[in-house]
Write a protein that binds this ligand. Structure first.
Ligand code: ADP
Ligand code: MG
Length: 258
C-alpha cells in the first residue's frame, strides 16, 4: 500500500491555562521520517497523541492524504503507535504478541472478551493469512528464533523489537513513535535506532518519531522539527539544522552533550 502524506495544520492545545501547543504546522511527505526534537515538556507527546486521535486539539486539523482525521476514531486511522513503555502481554509468546492486533481484528467481540485470559494463545493459527504476516514481520525484525519465548525471557532490545513488530504487523501507512528507545541502555539505543532507520527505508511508512536526544534525531531523520514551548522553531534536514540553526536557543540545544 502506498505511503500517505501527513499534514498537521495549525494545531493548538491548552491544558487548563497552559498553552501546550501553539499553532503547530508540519507536513510529512509520503514515506518521510520526521522527528519531533525538543526538551521535556515542550509538547511532543501531546502532538503525537493528537495525530493518533487519543487527544483532541482545541484548534487545527490533522490530514492523512486528503482525508481530515478529526472525526475518525483512533482505531480507524490506519496508523500504529509505539510508546516508550512497550507493554507486551507477559503471558503470551512473542508469536502471539505480534499476532494480537490481527487476531483482535478477526475475532468477534464475544470471542474477544476473554482475550487476556486464555483465548488468544494459539488463536492466530486458525488464520493462515495472520500466520504469514506474523512470520514475515518476525523475519524482518530478526525475531524468528524467538517466537516461542515469553517477554520475560527476552532482553530489552528484543522486547522493543517485539513491540515494533506488533505495530508493524498491521502494515499501517503512518507510524508514530514516542521515545521508543528511551528505556534501552546507550549501546542498545544506538543499535536499535539503526534498525529503525533500516526498517523505515525498507517499509517506507510515513513516520513521526519523537525524541529529546539530538544525536538520535540526527541519525535517523529525513527532517527534524525542533520544538520549544509548544511551538516548532525550525524544520530542516539534520545537516542543515546543525549548519544553520535559526537562533541561539536552537543552536544551544543542538550543541548540548547528551
Ligand atoms: P513532551 O512529550 O515534549 O515531554 P508533553 O506533550 O508530554 O511534552 O507535555 C507538554 C506539557 O503539557 C507539559 O507541561 C505537561 O505537563 C502538560 N500535559 C501533558 N499532558 C497533560 C494532561 N493530560 N493534563 C494536563 N497537562 C498535561
Ligand atoms: Mg513525551
Amino acid at each position: 500500500m502506498a505511503a500517505l502524506k501527513l499534514h498537521i495544520d495549525k494545531i493548538s492545545k491548552k491544558f487548563g491555562e497552559i498553552n501546550v501547543l501553539r499553532d503547530v504546522s508540519i507536513s510529512v511527505a509520503a514515506g518521510e521520517l520526521v522527528t519531533l526534537l525538543g526538551p521535556s515538556g515542550c509538547g511532543k507527546s501531546t502532538l503525537l497523541r493528537i495525530i493518533a486521535g487519543l487527544e483532541r486539539a482545541d484548534q487545527g486539523h490533522v490530514f492523512a492524504g486528503d482525508k481530515k482525521l478529526d472525526d475518525v476514531a483512533p482505531k480507524d486511522r490506519d496508523l500504529a503507535f509505539v510508546f516508550q513503555s512497550y507493554a507486551l502481554y507477559p503471558h503470551l509468546s512473542v508469536y502471539d504478541n505480534i499476532a494480537a492486533p490481527l487476531v483482535m481484528r478477526e475475532l468477534s467481540s464475544l470471542e474477544r472478551l476473554p482475550l487476556l485470559g486464555t483465548a488468544l494463545p494459539g488463536a492466530a493459527g486458525r488464520y493462515r493469512s495472520i500466520d504469514e504476516r506474523v512470520r514475515e514481520t518476525s523475519a524482518i525484525l530478526k525475531l524468528d528464533a524467538l517466537l516461542d519465548r515469553r517477554p520475560a525471557a527476552l532482553s530489552g532490545g528484543q522486547r522493543q523489537r517485539v513491540a515494533l513488530g506488533r505495530a508493524m504487523v498491521r502494515a499501517p501507512r503512518i507510524f508514530l513513535m514516542d521515545e521508543p528507545l528511551a528505556n534501552l541502555d546507550a549501546a542498545l539505543r544506538i543499535h536499535t535506532r539503526g534498525e529503525i532507520a533500516r526498517l523505515h527505508k525498507k517499509m517506507g511508512a510515513t513516520t513521526v518519531f519523537v525524541t529529546h536526544d539530538q544525536a538520535e534525531a540526527a541519525a535517523i531523520s529525513d527532517r527534524v522539527a525542533v520544538m520549544f514551548g509548544g511551538q516548532v522553531r525550525q524544520i530542516a534536514k539534520p545537516a542543515d539544522l546543525y549548519r544553520d540553526p535559526v537562533d541561539l536557543e536552537v543552536a544551544r540545544f543542538l550543541a548540548q552533550p547528551f
